[in-house]
Design a protein around this ligand. Structure first.
Ligand code: GTQ
Ligand code: FE2
Length: 379
């Protein structure tokens, strides 16, 4: 490397490569000085024959996350500046960045009894998903929305939001955001809101105003019609998700279509204004795999993060495999084959099936005509 260049142009060996002469070396040093890289030399993995993700398949156990988040609850206050007691999953091969995948942020967030996370807004699209507990209300555009086990709560970019814990116990949940994607394309804006929300916003209604307006299946408020890029429905409740999955599997038993493959119900959370994904950059889905079922290995461009909501099983991603149980989170990098085996659970609190919450960057890839998926045969 020369004194001025941050990189080295390395001659490649091969029949179609020029002989490495002193003149060629001079040319390459000239490229370095001028900050130029010729395509015919060793650039390294820039145009692979198929996606070769930098991310590694990885599993984070929920028990570990909750234990560490609980300690943070005792030691680290939540307030302006830090903004959130959120602890991000850092993929082991993404250079120490707090990224679960090259595009997706996944974090456990934790609020102690009575605590408030201050109001702010940002271009990053976000959601919350609750695997256990209740007592926190997320306040989006001054609308308090209760959060309970199984609930999915999207919150599109640039909406003001704060959270408060009205219960006498701590609460943990997961956040998914497009932070790494927006960091990469440099599109972020962020504003502080009020340090403390009003007394009225500390209310603890059973349903949000958003649900009263938008939470009726197939029915929309006429004065609000028109396609919105993010879902105006701020909570998708567990009773509804569970009923959709139960019905899909019942229909399969009765011989009617619905399931994505035998023993595997799959539903997507959609935006009631246009039927598309709930967030412009993030797709969210829920899987139920009946005990004994093995899913066919599937590859997709783009990356996913999964959280086990219920049940237990064995997950295979590329050449990694793990036994998983409630709350565990794992990453499926681009184009890595992914399959699960649902195992009958010994725990009484589990329903028996393996329930998986999934989020991915599929809307980005689809919009750019880069989404591709294949299912492999298995027997
Ligand atoms: O709850 O507002 O995990 O702004 C990361 C950034 C949560 C939030 C995160 C955020 C939030
Ligand atoms: Fe936020």
């Amino acid at each position: 490397m020369t004194d001025t260049s941050p990189f080295t142009v390395v001659a490649k060996e091969g029949p179609d490569q020029p002989p490495v002469t002193p003149e060629l070396e001079d040319l390459y040093r000239g490229f370095e000085k001028a900050l130029l890289v010729p395509l015919w030399t060793e650039i390294g993995g820039l145009m692979p024959h198929q996606p070769a993700s930098k991310a590694t398949p990885h599993l984070w156990e929920w028990t570990t996350l909750v234990e560490l988040a609980g300690k943070a609850g005792e030691l680290v206050p939540v307030g302006r500046g830090g903004e959130r007691r959120a602890i991000a999953l850092a993929n082991p091969s993404l250079g120490g960045r707090p990224y679960a995948t090259p595009t997706l942020w996944a974090a456990i967030q934790y609020l102690m009894p009575g605590e408030d996370a201050p109001e702010h807004r940002h271009t990053q699209n976000a959601f919350r998903f609750v695997v256990e507990g209740e007592g926190v209300w997320t306040v989006v555009e001054r609308d308090p929305v209760p959060m309970r086990r199984g609930d999915f709560l999207p919150q599109a970019g640039m909406h003001w939001h704060a959270h408060h814990n009205a219960a006498s116990t701590p609460m943990a949940w997961i956040d998914g955001l497009d932070i790494p994607f927006q960091y990469e394309v440099e599109s972020q804006f962020f504003d502080f809101g009020r340090d403390t929300i009003s007394e009225a916003e500390h209310a603890t209604p059973d349903r949000s105003r958003a649900e009263r307006l938008w939470g009726h299946p197939g029915i929309a408020p006429v004065s609000q019609l028109g396609s919105l890029p993010g879902s105006p429905l701020l909570a998708y409740r567990w009773v509804d998700t569970d009923a959709a999955l139960v019905d899909q599997l019942d229909l399969e038993r009765e011989g009617f279509p619905g399931v994505v493959e035998p023993g595997h119900a799959l539903v997507r959370f959609t935006n009631p204004t246009n039927g598309g994904d709930v967030l412009p950059t993030i797709r969210t889905q829920f899987h139920r795999v009946t005990p004994g079922t093995q899913t066919a290995p599937r590859r997709e461009t783009g990356s996913s993060v999964y959280q086990v909501f219920d049940g237990s099983g064995r997950v295979t991603v590329g050449d990694h495999a793990w036994s998983v149980t409630r709350g565990d989170l794992f990453v499926v990098p681009s184009w890595q084959p992914f399959s699960v085996v649902s195992q009958a659970s010994a725990s009484d609190s589990d329903s028996g099936a393996l329930d998986l919450f999934q989020f991915s960057d599929a809307p980005i890839l689809e919009r750019l005509n880069l989404f591709k998926s294949t299912v492999e045969d298995h027997s």
